[in-house]
Write a protein that binds this ligand. Structure first.
Ligand code: UGA
Length: 436
């Protein structure tokens, strides 16, 4: 099938490359010409394992191309995915300006049937608004008005494992209002043989909001449990294990830590709270999910303050800055807030991250960035593990401890075992490990 993807950011790019990989002819569109020029040369602007290799492969055999000419791309395509950004407005609402612009551009280029698919995370009813925008902007001078359908096909890709997630989906959700739209979407995903959930557009849009909000709720729930564990001398890892074996609960997304971050959960939870408000429902539960998440970062800082006693002028080494491993994404990373709070108390921050330091430098200035964990540890009064990169699993902490001023480790991701660190002469503090 000939497919256009409008918006070559994280979601658009991964979707485009993966659709080429399963046999479609894909053109990815973006208004950022510099980005398109680089993509044409096979240069990927984000860090995502496996993406660059696939992109180069399909560029070479011409299954994948890039352009900023949206009208031409739309004309040549049977299906057009909208994957542009939907940033948060100040009040938490999703800003749909880009989605509307794209809908208008598509309408102006339409000369035959098109299926327009929303992939961006959008509030319920957006599908209807896209259809209305297209109807109002169709070329008036044509003899026959071209037919079209709008559909919703939310994405469930996680940064860092997006290609794997695309190729092995738990489910593919499609929200459609016509048999034709359903047939086309089934055809697009046929090579993956996925479990399909077919519903109307509003329900599909809601599935995405409900899924992300539920996962965020699971994380805040286990973080709340972690707080209790600390006070009762229980271990949150064992509690999560014990809960997780119950098939109704499941172990995933029960990792206590320093709170969720990233470009999705914080924004999507905000947008869902606003959407609920507008529909007349006060989603108190999600408000609590948000405040537990904020509180978790402050709790971690309090723990550090308590154990260091005086934070002012202490040198604190941060291992990991990205909001999660295998990405260079710093958007809403918990490290940003934690570092800010510590700097406010007068701490001197050093930091190391395997891939996100370039992005971090644009957002945080008063930090000494180190070339590796060993350079980082030198002269530190404590280390904080904020992102659980694989690389950090195998560090030589004996060596690190020797160059630190005081061997103290605050493990914000519960990546290590206390007993291993005690043997090395480290003071070790995790999250919810019964140690406060
Ligand atoms: C999330 C969802 O998992 C995807 O299904 C969805 O498609 C995506 O948002 C989106 O809406 O585009 P992502 O933000 O890439 O994906 O990352 P996650 O793996 O979900 O992690 C989000 C945050 O939660 C990270 O900061 C992570 O460290 C934290 N987390 C995750 C925990 O603190 N504990 C856990 O048990 C799991």
């Amino acid at each position: 099938m000939n497919i256009a993807i409008v918006g070559s950011g994280y979601v658009g790019l991964v979707t485009g490359v993966c659709l080429a990989h399963i046999g479609h002819k894909v053109v990815c569109v973006d208004v950022d010409r510099e980005k398109i020029r680089k993509l044409r040369l096979g240069k990927v602007p984000i860090y995502e394992p496996g993406l660059e290799e696939l992109l180069k492969k399909y560029l070479k055999n011409k299954k994948l191309s890039f352009t900023w000419a949206i009208k031409e791309a739309a004309k040549k395509s049977d299906a057009i995915f909208i994957a542009v950004g939907t940033p948060s407005k100040k009040n938490g609402d999703a800003d749909l300006t880009y989605v509307e612009n794209v809908a208008r551009e598509i309408a102006l280029s339409m000369d035959s049937y098109k299926l327009i698919i929303e992939k961006s995370t959008v509030p319920a009813e957006t599908g209807k608004r896209i259809a209305r925008t297209i109807r109002m902007n169709l070329p008036k001078n044509k003899k026959s008005i071209p037919d079209f359908d709008v559909a919703s096909n939310p994405e469930f890709l996680r940064e860092g494992s997006a290609i794997k997630d695309f190729m092995n989906p738990d489910r593919v959700v499609i929200g459609v209002e016509s048999k034709k739209a359903e047939r086309i979407l089934r055809e697009i995903y046929k090579p993956l043989k996925p479990h399909m959930v077919v519903t109307n557009i509003n329900s599909a849009e809601l599935i995405k909001h409900a899924s992300n909000s539920f996962l965020a709720t699971k994380i805040s729930f286990i973080n709340a449990i972690a707080q209790i564990c600390d006070h009762l001398g229980a271990d949150v890892l064992k509690v999560a294990e014990g809960m997780g074996f119950d098939k109704r609960i499941g172990r995933s997304f029960l990792d206590a830590g320093i709170g969720y971050g990233g470009s999705c959960f914080p924004k999507d939870v905000d947008a869902f709270v606003r959407l609920s408000e507008k529909s007349g429902y006060n989603f108190k539960l999600l408000n609590e999910v948000r405040s537990v998440n904020e509180e978790q970062k402050a709790f971690f800082v309090r723990l550090i303050e308590d154990k260091l006693w005086i934070v002012k002028n202490k040198v604190i080494g941060v291992l990991g800055l990205a909001f999660k491993p295998n990405t260079d994404d710093m958007r809403n990373a918990p490290s940003l807030d934690i570092i800010k709070m510590l700097q406010h108390e007068g701490a001197k921050i050093k930091a190391y991250d395997p891939v996100s330091m370039e992005n971090a430098k644009k957002m945080m200035k008063k930090i000494t960035y180190s070339k590796d964990p060993y350079a980082l540890a030198k002269g530190c009064d404590c280390l904080l593990l904020l992102t659980e990169w694989d690389e950090f699993k195998h560090l030589d902490f004996k060596k690190l401890g020797k160059v630190m001023s005081q061997p103290i480790l605050f493990d914000g991701r519960n990546m290590y075992r206390k007993q291993d660190f005690e043997k090395l002469g480290f003071e070790y503090y995790g999250i919810g490990r019964g140690m406060v």
